[in-house]
Design a protein around this ligand. Structure first.
Ligand SMILES: [Zn+2]
Length: 233
């Protein structure tokens, strides 16, 4: 599948002068309309995020949201709003502040909140976000709002949203982006070796903690036995 490009008419020109300092991760969740089919979900998201406006059943007209990128399950990328403009992805179109102006919005295709993210999508998102971080000097670290430079989730910005959700492998993603970013900066081999090492260290740390817990339990058992003997003796 090839990448696609389609423009949205909805954006803030040149971000109204605000500098880029972050990435907002979203997931699409249009599953009721697309019946959970990731290909239909990609197309539906692209249609929705490039439309000018929509009408409610009551006849009110609203401008549509927009986004910079959409990443599909097969790793396909859609480019919508150019990075230099502010897309309307976090808050309403009237929200002339925060992530709409200072962040780059990335939609991850996820038909429903309980649809897992496949490796092809994660790998493309790693490459995309690392490249964004490299070009804009954004640190590869998880933040929990749009005030600090880094990578945050839409759910960090408003209690009305829960995307990209619990199935998004947030820590592994950040570790992989950080490894890729080091490679782009020429600080490491161009692969995920750094991320693998960080994960392995975490696993070894857990194993050590389990080992320490085991010896504590054994010591406790010993003390209980002695106490029992003292009582019965
Ligand atoms: Zn979102």
């Amino acid at each position: 599948m090839n990448d696609v490009a389609r423009e949205s008419p909805n954006f803030y020109r040149d971000r109204l002068g605000v500098a880029i300092q972050g990435v907002t991760l979203h997931s699409t969740r249009g599953g009721e309309r697309t019946r959970g089919d990731p290909e239909a979900e990609f197309s539906a998201a692209l249609d929705w995020l490039t439309r000018h406006s929509y009408q409610t059943a009551e006849g009110a007209t609203y401008r549509n949201p927009s986004i910079h990128y959409i990443v599909g399950h097969d790793g396909r990328l859609a480019r919508v709003v150019p990075e230099r403009h502010g897309a309307w992805h976090a808050g309403t179109g009237a929200d002339r502040r925060g992530a709409n102006l200072n962040a780059i919005g990335v939609e991850l295709v996820q038909p429903t909140a309980d649809t897992p993210y496949p490796e092809a999508l994660i790998a493309r998102a790693v490459a995309l976000v690392a490249d964004i971080c490299h070009r804009h000097g954004i640190p590869a670290r998880r933040t929990h709002d749009d005030a600090a430079p880094g990578i945050h989730h839409h759910s960090d910005l408003t209690s009305r949203k829960s995307d990209p959700g619990a199935l998004w492998p947030s820590e592994v993603f950040i570790a992989r982006v950080a490894a890729r970013l080091r490679a782009l900066r020429g600080e490491a081999a161009p692969d995920d070796a750094g991320a693998a090492a960080a994960l392995w260290a975490a696993v070894e740390g857990n194993a050590r903690a389990v080992g320490e817990l085991r010896s504590e339990v054994a010591a406790l058992r010993g003390r209980l036995r002695s106490a029992g003997q003292a009582l019965s003796g």
